[in-house]
Design a protein around this ligand. Sequence first.
Ligand SMILES: Nc1ncnc2c1ncn2[C@@H]1O[C@H](COP(=O)(O)OP(=O)(O)OP(=O)(O)O)[C@@H](O)[C@H]1O
Length: 305
Amino acid sequence: MEYVVTTHELTKKFGSFTAVNNLSIKIKPGEIYGFLGPNGSGKTTTIRMLCGLLEPTTGSGTVLGYDLARESEKIKRRIGYMSQKFSLYEDLTIYENLDFYAGMYSIPHKERKQRISEMVAMSLLEGREDELVANLSGGYKQRLALGCAILSRPAILFLDEPTSGLSPTSRRMFFQIIQRIAAEGVTVMVTTHFMDEAERCYNIAFISEGTLIANDTPENLKHNVIEGCMVEVDLPDAMQRISAIENLPYVRECSIHGPLLHVLLESQAQLEDFNQFTGATASVIEPSLEDVFVSLAKQKRREVS
Ligand SMILES: Nc1ncnc2c1ncn2[C@@H]1O[C@H](COP(=O)(O)OP(=O)(O)OP(=O)(O)O)[C@@H](O)[C@H]1O
C-alpha cells in the first residue's frame, strides 16, 4: 500500500460552521505524521473522521485502503486511537485495564497474557502492573492509555494531543515510545502543540481554521516557508517595543520567544539599520518551526481580514 491515509477535499460542517475545509493529505506507511494547528483549527474533527467516528460532510478518503464513508466499521476495527479524553478505569489496576481492553478487542484468551506483557514493556510500566490506576501520575496514565490503544496491534495509530499536561521528562519518554512504535512499522498520526515533538515528525501538516496551509518535512518547512532574514534580539523592554518594530518598513514580522524577539527583516542588508533602531545587536538565526507556524498563522489571518 503506497499510502495508509488519503483524503480528498475532506470537509466537515457543523450547521453553517466549517470545521474542516477541503482537506487533502496523504500519509505513507511507517511515518510519524504531525498534525499541527492553533486551538479549534479542526485537528480533532479530522482525526475523528479518519477513525470512522464522524461522518464527513463532503469529500472522500481512505484509511488502510478502506473508504471513510462506506467502510467505517472496518476502519474502527483496525486502528488504534487515543483521544484527548482517553478512558481508563481508575478503580482497576494497570493489568486489569489492559485485560479489559483485550476483551473489548476480542483478543483470544490464550494470547492475552503475552500481548499484555508486550504492552506493559512497550509502555515502560513493568513492575507496576498491580497498581491501581487512581494512584498513578499523569505520565503513567498516558502511557497506559497508549498501551491500551496498541493492544490490538493496529497498523495505524491516531494520537490526539497525547502529551498534553505532562512534564517535559514524561513528554520525552512518551515520544520515545512513539518513535519505537513507528520504527516497528506502525504509522502514527499525532497532534501536538509542542515544537520539539513536531521536529521529530517525518512530515507535518499545519492547519488553520480547518484549511491546510502547509505540509512538508520539518526541514523543508524551515527552509522554504519564511522569506527574508530572521534575527533574534534581546531587548529589556521588548513587549513595549513590538509595535514600533513591526511598523518599520523593512520588518515583515515580529514575535516574542521567551525573553527574546524574533524579527523577520526583508533581507540581511537591513541588519545595521535595525541594530541602530534598537540600540542592541541582533544575530541572524535559522527560523525555528515555531517561527514558521507563527508566520503561517499570521499570513492566514491577513488573508482572512
Ligand atoms: N460537535 C460539534 N458541534 C459544533 N462545533 C464543533 C463540534 N466539534 C467541534 N466543533 C468546532 O469545530 C472547531 C474545530 O474543533 P476541533 O476540536 O476539531 O479543533 P482542534 O484543532 O482539535 O482544537 P484543540 O487544539 O483545541 O484540541 C471548533 O471551533 C469547535 O468548537
